[in-house]
Design a binder for this molecule. Sequence first.
Ligand code: S3P
Length: 435
Amino acid sequence: MSSRISVHQQTQGLKGTITVPGDKSISHRVAILGALAHGNTRVRNYLCSEDCLNTLRAMQQLGAQVTEGESATDFTLTGTAMHPKAPAHDIDCGNSGTGMRLMAGVLAALPFTSRMFGDESLSKRPMGRIMQPLERMGARIKACGHKPGCAPLAIQGGTLHPIHYDLPMASAQVKSAVLLAGMLAKGTTSVHQPAITRDHTERLFAHFGIPCTVSANGLDISVTGPVNIVAKDITVPGDISSAAFWLVAATIVPGSEITLPAVGLNPTRDAIITVLKRMGADIEINNISTEGEPYGDITVRYTPHLHGTEVYPQEIPNLIDEIPVLAVAAAYAQGTTSIRNAAELRVKESDRIATTVGNLRAMGANVQEFEDGMEITGGTPLHGAVLDSFGDHRIAMGFLMAGLRAEGTTTLLHCENINTSYPGFEAHLNQLIQA
Ligand code: S3P
């Protein structure tokens, strides 16, 4: 991955078929659950990005074995039969908040000490949000970072007890950390979430035979432990968060038509499609499969009359990672797009409200920043610029999409982080530009 990537305004349109890599959220969870299970889980289309490879390596440190399969993204994971061993070294979570927070839930319940650390960005992200509920379950976790409440985390694992936890924020990572700890505790652990967040943990619990119940409104989830996980093969669908970049690129660049096969369409993750369609985008979905995690083929074409919209509060958790690129689409739409109730963006890989607003302004867009989001009034033609990605993969890719329509050349600096979620991104970009 180049450190700096430049794109020019596209006059021919982006055309082609791009198979985006496997889903990041699902890959982390498959590695963790498969590593604990009895038996072999054959994993297909795992996301071999730095984030998910770090989680897989962590699971190998706990004693799980990985046997390579037919392709780089296929392997067999031999689980530890619910008896993972203490890691010999500190666990490197790299850039991944998901990896660190989910693994904390598991490590807190295991009978040994462990330590997890991350890169500069991860070392600044709040870990108190998982430490509080886990400590209520009896966990002993110390945040050892320079910044209070931040990584590295030192975990003295042991027996946990079940709790009921009311999540203070709509976070699938916090929900999952509690549920993963809960499945290893004796009794029923339940969580209440203020809004529906991605439900991959719950779906994978069902896949691996872990007793989990979800209320009719989807807000209350419980798991009864201790569980006995039994391995079961799984294919990871394409990541809708990666597909989102091409959805926006094709929508804003005249003459485009892109097909994206086998993209995950989990209803807790698909609001980017709902919102883009509400803005007038031409998005078609075919060949839907609903067995396990739903997925389907998406075709998206240029939309000459994109218009602004309001993103509803309940949609925010459902498209939280797509907001930078949605903001780019909004800058090319007529009228105003309002994205509020999204203060969680400030604690992502970068402060995504500040970095999105700053980069949009640098390209000439009309944006107003709020503590909890932004309002973008589109219609002013954007111009190319040299932009920082602030070490944030989604800022890098989102603004490269903006550059495909902006006048002149757009250069994104510090793009190495794209590898944390989308290996092969640059090749896909070049393929679409040259097709
Ligand atoms: C994720 C949950 C979301 C999301 C992140 C992945 C997950 O984070 O932004 O990229 O896999 O559970 P929060 O739980 O902090 O909202």
